[in-house]
Each structure stands twice: as structure tokens, then as C-alpha cells.
Design a protein. Structure first.
Length: 112
């Protein structure tokens, strides 16, 4: 477990139209250096999110993993949990945005 690190898990299925806004809101966080983002591709028939990962990799630690079969958001979230090592875990859906740039820092402070 990595102390003070926040893992943000994003279950994604057919999210190509919304995930860039979601990731942009995470990239603006004040503690982005302590954040790892995992996009869990739930066997999306539209393909992978490698272009999105490539776009955001220079800004933050972001990666994509894939479920073996489409299992819904619960299965995707669990796979994300199983692949993390941060002290804190949070979920953001691919069509959500973090409006406050201190959202993840506040989460970490409140949970500590």
C-alpha cells in the first residue's frame, strides 16, 4: 500500500464521448502527483481507451485495464480495486466530473 496515494477507478463502457471531460477534471486536481487513475474497460465494443491514456499520460499517472467479459460497473469497480495499491480508493463514473480542484485532497484529508 502506498501511503497518501489516491487511486481513482473509472469503470468505462461506451464512454468515448464523455471520458475526456472526466479525465480533464481529474487532471486539474491540486494533488495530481499523488493520484493514479485506472480506466477499467468493461469490454467496450467500441475498442480500447489507449488514445485517451496516451493523451493524459504526460499529465498524470493513468492506465487502462480490461475486464475479460462485460460484467457491468460492479465487476469493473472490483477489478479496479484488485489492481490498486493506494491508501485511498475512490470511484468516478466516466460521465462525471470533479468540479472542485480540491475534491481529491479534501477526500484524503477527511479519510485520514
Amino acid at each position: 500500500m502506498t501511503k497518501d496515494k489516491i487511486d481513482v477507478i473509472i469503470p468505462a463502457y461506451k464512454a468515448h464521448g464523455t471520458i475526456i471531460r472526466c479525465l480533464s477534471s481529474i487532471a486539474c486536481q491540486t494533488i495530481i502527483g499523488d493520484v493514479t487513475v485506472t480506466i477499467v474497460n468493461d469490454c467496450c465494443p467500441e475498442g480500447d481507451y489507449s488514445d485517451v491514456v496516451k493523451m493524459f499520460s504526460p499529465i498524470m499517472d493513468v492506465r487502462e485495464i480490461r475486464t475479460p467479459v462485460n460484467g457491468g460497473p460492479g465487476v469493473a469497480r472490483q477489478l479496479g480495486i484488485d489492481s490498486t495499491d493506494g491508501e485511498f480508493i475512490t470511484f468516478v463514473d466516466a460521465d462525471d466530473m470533479l468540479y472542485k480542484v480540491t475534491a481529491l485532497d479534501t477526500l484524503r484529508k477527511e479519510m485520514a
